[in-house]
Design a protein around this ligand. Structure first.
Ligand SMILES: [Mg+2]
Length: 260
């Protein structure tokens, strides 16, 4: 068992047979990290996550070790990321790249903005007991607290995407369907950062747990890096896997504590 594997990863039968990732190369690697389910355990309500007290210092140290090449890539808005991470995420892509900090910002497609406004009106009338999270540049329909409403949430999201004429897409996730600008995804975030001088020539590694992270895995691999799946999900484009949030923290700690 390698040091960054947890007891859980050795015990559970897995749906994939991906090995744990090798140690990070601080001279060469650039890290793209999802937040929920990757760095922080998922909570019943998105406002209720509780980042470990050592997470922000760990991110700061890992970023310094990588020469600054570390970005958080999340479905959350940038302001929401900062609320949970303080100043530990100076480079970030929020709302699947609809908001960017530290790389070229893609303006919100005006057709998508209009379609989101229309979707708000429909949801005000029809969302019922679904938890609607309005992120400004995207809208999430959560059914974690009402799993029986999952089919309804999926149909409603699909109908609103259809009505947008292609400007909005449905991003399925864990107990959530999200309406987001069709042009925004986590792969676009990776590509945007790789165009920045700080990231030039680096090997991009994308770490995430959910379906939305697959675009990040593919973009990292297309640029000579690889994806790291957190948890047990298949199929995936990732080449490596870590068992859980604790295993991600241990992998980052190994980078920070590694030889100079
Ligand atoms: Mg996640």
């Amino acid at each position: 068992m390698t040091p960054w594997m947890t007891a859980a990863s050795a015990r559970l039968p897995l749906r994939h047979d991906l090995p744990p990732p090798p140690p990070l190369d601080p001279e060469r690697d650039a890290l793209f990290l999802d937040l929920d389910g990757t760095l922080v355990a998922i909570a019943e309500h998105p406002d209720c996550i509780r980042p470990d007290a050592m997470l922000a210092p760990l991110l700061r140290q890992a970023r310094a070790r990588l020469g600054g090449r570390l970005a958080i890539v999340s479905g959350r808005s940038l302001s929401d990321l900062d609320r949970h991470l303080g100043d530990a995420a100076p480079l970030a892509g929020g709302i699947h790249g609809a908001e960017m900090r530290g790389a070229r910002t893609a303006d919100l497609d005006p057709d998508a903005a209009r379609a989101l406004a229309q979707a708000r009106l429909v949801l005000a009338a029809e969302a019922g007991a679904l938890l609607v999270e309005d992120k400004g540049s995207a809208i999430a329909l959560h059914f974690r607290q009402r799993p029986d409403l999952g089919v309804l949430a999926g149909r409603l999201a699909a109908r609103l995407a259809d009505a947008s004429g292609g400007s909005l897409a449905v991003q399925p996730g864990r107990m959530v369907f999200e309406l987001k600008p069709a042009r925004a995804d986590k792969g676009a975030v990776v590509r945007a950062f790789l165009e920045e001088p700080l990231f030039a020539g680096s090997r991009p590694l994308f770490v995430g747990d959910d379906l939305t992270d697959e675009a990040g895995f593919r973009a990292a691999q297309a640029a000579g890096g690889w994806g790291v799946l957190v948890g047990d999900r298949a199929p995936t484009a990732a080449r490596f896997a870590l068992a859980d949030v604790a295993a991600v923290h241990a992998w980052l700690a190994a980078l920070v504590e590694g030889p100079p």
